[in-house]
Design a protein around this ligand. Sequence first.
Ligand code: OGA
Ligand code: MN
Length: 284
Amino acid sequence: MAMSVVPMHPVIGAEIKGVDLTKPVDQETQAKIRKAFEDHVVVVFRGQDLADGDQVRAGEIFGKVVLRERPPVGDLSTQGGNWDTPFMYVTNIVENGKSLGSFGDGEMWFHHDTSYYEEPHRATLLYSQKLTSWGGETCFANQYAAYDNIPRKLRDKLEGRKVLQMHDYKRRERLNLDVVDLAKVRHHVQPIFITHPATGRKSLYVSRLMTARIEGMPMAESEEILAQLFDISEDPSIVYEHKWKIGDLVCWDNWCSIHMRKDFPREEPRLMRRCTIVGQTMHF
Ligand code: OGA
Ligand code: MN
C-alpha cells in the first residue's frame, strides 16, 4: 500500500497511512514522511506493533535518537531511572514504591520538551502501550501560527528579547522564582521567538509550564506579557487534540509546537514509551 498523508486539523497534525514501522522504510518514503512532518508539525502512525528496535528505527527517520543521560547529582528530578538507553517511560505505574518512569499522574500544562537545555530536542516520539478508560489526551499547538497571531505592536516590542526556560518537575503549576533555587534545576535562556532551523520559519518559543520570565523586564510587566503570550500559544484554533489508541506512534516537532496532557484516572495504568531526537541551539 502506498503511503498517504491525511491532515487531521487545518494547521497541525496529520496521520500517515500505509507505513508499517516494524519493517525498514525505503528512502523515498522516508523523505515523504519528513516532508509531511515539516508541513504538519505532528505526525501520527496508527496501529503499529513496535518492538524497542522498531521505535528507534522509526526515530532515525527524523534524526539521531538521543541516549538518555543520568541527571546531575542533586537534580530535583523524580524521573525513573533507565539511563544510557534511548527510552524513557511516561507512566504513572509504581512498582515497589518506585515509579517506573516519568511525569506521573494527571494533567500536564503546555510545554516544549527540553526548552531548558542549551540544545532542545528536535522531536519526540511517544508510543502508547497502556491507556486509561478516559482522559490522557495529548494536545498539540502550532507555534508558527501562534507567532503569526501575536498583535503586531507586541511582536515588534518583543523582537530580540530572551526568556528564561526552566523545569522544576512540576506539571501544572506556575514557576515561582522566589522559591526555586536556580542552581538546583535545569534552566537556559532562549530567544522568545526562534527561527526554526529546518524550515526557516519564525515560531513563538514560550510555554506556561516552563517559561519563568522575559529577561531584562520588570517582573510585573513580564508576567503580564507572558500571560497574554500563553493564551495566544494555546489558542484552541491552533490546537490538535490526540485521542490515543493502543499502538499509536506520535512524533512532534518540538521546536515549533507545544503540547499538554489532559487529566486521567490515577488508579488506572497509563504507559507510553518515549524517545527523542537530537537537537541544536535555538537562534532568533
Ligand atoms: C512527553 C509528554 C504527554 C503525555 O512525553 O514529553 O509531555 O501525553 N507527554 O504523556
Ligand atoms: Mn512533554
